[in-house]
Design a protein around this ligand. Structure first.
Ligand code: ATP
Ligand code: MG
Length: 393
């Protein structure tokens, strides 16, 4: 009976031309998400409403799950669509709708009518009270409550009639692509996939960069990051993943700089290279999974030292999150199981026993000066040798 879905989306603050762009991007993302599912579908967009209809066989739950991954959708209402054949037929249809949708019929309700077809001869209020009367006749235990009804039965009059009462929660946020793009530093850990998800939820399209250190890190560790990118691309759409060979830079830092500063200096080179690719892709910012105090390289002093090499804004959506809150999101979005696979990460291989926790910028900069003369070429080689993988769901 329900082969049509009304898509509800947030509109607050979105006006004029921006609203059009928002809707256009949302329709595009809905099409992309449904493409992964079985069955044919049709997405129509008229008078500020988006409808998805499916013909032939399709899986209801799978469709809902796909739509629940599209940022910008606030709610999804399964709709019964019937022919417009006058009030008597409409009454019969609403009763059939209630019969199908609910096992018991003792709720309070109200009918909300909306005439999208302006030449429909009967005013909305009149339709509502007429249909309400017929519902009461059919189900004597139901009663009308216009203020706090248990059921809000919506009747929309268009070329056909649309009847619905339930709204399934969508993910909220804004359609990907409506708020620019950013470069995510994606490692194999728990945090950075969650950070990417959160930024994308605000409508930002993602590119990504991963630093590996073969042969110290394995092909499997790289595959893990590709898999994580694939998992978040279900929400974000396709991601251009830049895989950068970081081995020679890491070895040079290891050979030249004080070992308690390794992680900080390494992170500064990661940020520089990430920013290079961000500019190349016309991104407006960088995204990391950092959170204050989580490890030595994430004290507020360490974050400041890392941040100092960037000219672009660095977005850290997890900055004030506890680890458990981050884990909860990663479980919800489905990246957790992959993130905890035990493959080595390039940060953990060259790690010092006692890293500095309060690095001073001028001291770090002085250590980095020792790299001058050889780091420039290694930096260029790392960038020239990038492997770009187009990741999609
Ligand atoms: P995550 O769980 O995201 O790996 P983490 O808690 O392990 O984070 P760090 O290793 O200090 O923390 O890394 C902090 C951030 O730096 C990561 O969230 C990520 O954005 C970035 N980062 C770290 N290592 C890499 C890497 N090998 N490639 C790309 N980005 C990285
Ligand atoms: Mg990590």
């Amino acid at each position: 009976m329900f082969n049509t879905f009304l898509i509800k989306y947030g509109e607050i603050g979105i006006k004029g031309k921006n609203r059009h762009l928002f809707e256009e991007a949302l329709v595009r993302r809905i099409r992309g998400a449904l493409h992964q599912t079985e069955g044919d579908f049709d997405v129509t967009w008229e008078q500020g409403r988006i409808y998805v209809s499916r013909s032939g066989a399709f899986d209801f739950d799978e469709t809902i799950q796909a739509l629940q991954k599209v940022f910008g959708i606030v709610g999804i209402s399964p709709v019964m669509v019937t022919e417009e054949k006058g009030l008597d037929q409409l009454g019969t249809d609403v009763i059939a709708f209630l019969q199908e949708s609910y096992p018991v019929h003792d709720q309070s309700f109200k009918i909300v009518t909306r005439r999208a077809k302006k030449d429909y001869p009967i005013p909305s209020m009149e339709v509502s009270s007429e249909i309400g009367g017929r519902v009461l006749d059919a189900f004597p235990d139901m009663h009308v409550d216009v203020h706090q009804p248990e059921l809000e039965i919506h009747v929309e009059i268009r070329d056909q009639i649309y009847i619905y009462s339930e709204t399934i929660k969508g993910p909220g946020g804004m359609p990907v692509g409506t708020n620019g793009s950013a470069m995510l530093l994606l490692s194999g850990g728990i945090d950075s996939p969650v950070a990417g998800y959160m930024i994308a939820k605000r409508g930002v399209k993602l590119d990504a960069v991963y630093f590996h250190a073969p042969p110290y890190t394995s092909e499997r560790a790289k595959q893990k990051v590709v898999d994580l990118a694939k998992q978040i691309s279900v929400y974000t759409g396709p991601i251009r993943l830049h895989v950068v060979n970081f081995t020679d830079i890491q070895l040079a830092i290891y050979d030249t700089c004080p070992h308690d500063e390794l992680t900080i200096i390494m992170r500064r080179y990661m940020m520089r290279i990430a920013e290079h690719f961000a500019k190349e892709n016309h991104d407006q910012g960088l995204v990391t999974g950092e959170s204050i105090g989580q490890v030595a390289s994430q004290t507020i002093q360490s974050l400041a030292a890392t941040n100092a090499v960037c000219t672009m804004p660095v977005f850290r959506p997890l900055i004030a999150f506890d680890k458990q809150d981050i884990i909860d999101i990663s479980l919800k979005i489905g990246t957790y199981e992959t993130s905890i696979l035990p493959y080595e990460d390039c940060c953990t291989i060259f790690v010092a026993k006692h890293p500095v926790t309060k690095p001073l910028l001028h001291i770090i900069e002085r250590s980095e000066q020792k790299l001058e003369g050889k780091i420039e070429e290694l930096y260029r080689e790392a960038i020239d040798g990038v492997e770009i993988i187009e990741v999609r769901p």
